[in-house]
Design a protein around this ligand. Structure first.
Ligand code: GN1
Ligand code: MG
Length: 358
């Protein structure tokens, strides 16, 4: 076991002796470890990626607000087994804050939720449960007083993401614009830019609201029990005011994709309408009551927006020389970009069908 990690875990009020520490999950941003103990619980230890989350105080403030708020809601509703339905971050022993830092690295610890399963892909049935869970998550946070900041400002703002791609292309820091394939994809993306920045326009016109959203609803950020019910949503780093399109669209980006987000074989990538229908039905059963007509009628647009935005983000990172996302091989971000673009096209081809099934 890594002695340094054990020492870091020791800053938190863990019950029992640590018996093992090993890597956990597939996140692209933070480093995550499972801390096993001889006590009643195991724990999740995470190094927060500080080049991305520059204000960890604000980040953890958001997470503390959200977890406290959801816990109170679950208690008020008379729910049982609450410790498996909302994350619980441990206080650091000296400061009482939900993170520890030595000024160079930032770490946090939460209780590992027992008997929970995560998936990289789901069936239509499970997508339906996920829809119910995200609608409920947004409903529970709807009355969270305006205390949340934006840990990554304008995180899902398409205009900003497009601007960042323009900047990456202009700077060409890694010399990758010389590749005709990169240039061609950039051109195709910019040809759709105006159309894909629709949400920001609707917001400026005052007809699209922001609500507290999760903003990283990919399938593997959800914990399921053995029956397929959602226990809770994890990875709360990006919970912030956004358009409901964020949660709806980003879930489908991973769940309705018939392949992985970085699948190199583009023939394997399609947009699965059974997943769409089932997820949309579940989501509308819990979110339908608060959605405005503009939000509702743009849900199919949201299903195309997120593969588009993710193409822009992966491609900008590729052009910048891979400074943001963890990569496993040299052109990983380019492979991801191609795959997300293929998914975008597949989703666009099904827009009418999506609208009809809502
Ligand atoms: C990142 O942390 P992780 O792997 O759950 C990213 C998301 C992207 C996703 C793409 C803070 O999520 O926005 O959609 O990768 N999170 C951040 O897989 O940028
Ligand atoms: Mg994650």
């Amino acid at each position: 076991m890594d002695g340094r990690l054990k020492q870091i875990a020791g800053h938190f009020a863990i019950e029992g002796q640590v018996t093992g520490i090993r890597p956990l999950g597939n996140g692209l941003i933070n480093d995550t470890f499972l801390v096993e103990t001889d006590g009643p619980d195991n724990y999740v230890l995470q190094r927060i990626n500080q080049s991305i989350f520059q204000d960890v105080d604000l980040l953890q403030h958001n997470i503390d607000c959200v977890t406290r708020h959801i816990r109170a809601k679950l208690e008020a509703a008379g729910e049982t087994d609450i410790d498996r339905k909302v994350l619980h971050f441990l206080p650091e022993k000296e400061t009482g804050k939900s993170f520890w830092t030595d000024g160079k690295e930032w770490w946090r610890v939460s209780v590992f939720i027992r008997d929970a399963l995560t998936y990289e892909a789901v069936t239509p049935e499970y997508a339906g449960y996920a829809g119910v869970a995200f609608g409920r998550f947004e409903a529970m946070l709807a009355d969270l007083p305006d205390q949340l900041g934006e840990p990554i400002p304008d995180f899902h703002n398409m205009e900003l993401r497009a601007r960042q791609l323009h900047e990456a292309v202009a700077a060409d820091a890694a010399g990758r614009m010389a590749d005709p394939e990169v240039r061609a994809l950039v051109d195709q993306i910019f040809a759709r830019e105006e159309e894909m920045c629709k949400a920001e326009r609707l917001y400026r016109e005052g007809i699209l609201p922001k609500r507290v959203c999760h903003c990283d609803t990919k399938v593997n950020n959800m914990l399921f029990d053995r029956e397929g019910n959602i226990l809770c949503v994890i990875d709360l780093d990006t919970v912030m005011p956004s358009f409901v399109f964020s949660d709806f669209g980003d879930f489908l980006r991973t769940a309705a994709n018939t392949a992985a987000e970085d699948e190199p074989d583009l023939d394997k990538i399609d947009f699965n309408m059974d997943i769409f229908r089932s997820f949309a039905k579940g989501y509308l059963s819990t979110a339908g009551a608060f959605l405005t007509p503009v939000e509702r009628e743009n849900l199919p647009f949201a299903a195309t927006l997120f593969p588009y935005m993710q193409t822009v983000r992966f491609l900008a990172d590729y052009i910048n020389g891979d400074t943001y996302y963890k990569i496993r091989y040299p052109d990983h971000n380019m492979v991801r970009s191609r795959a997300q673009w293929k998914l975008f096209q597949a989703a666009c081809a099904k827009l009418d069908e999506m609208a009809l099934s809502l």
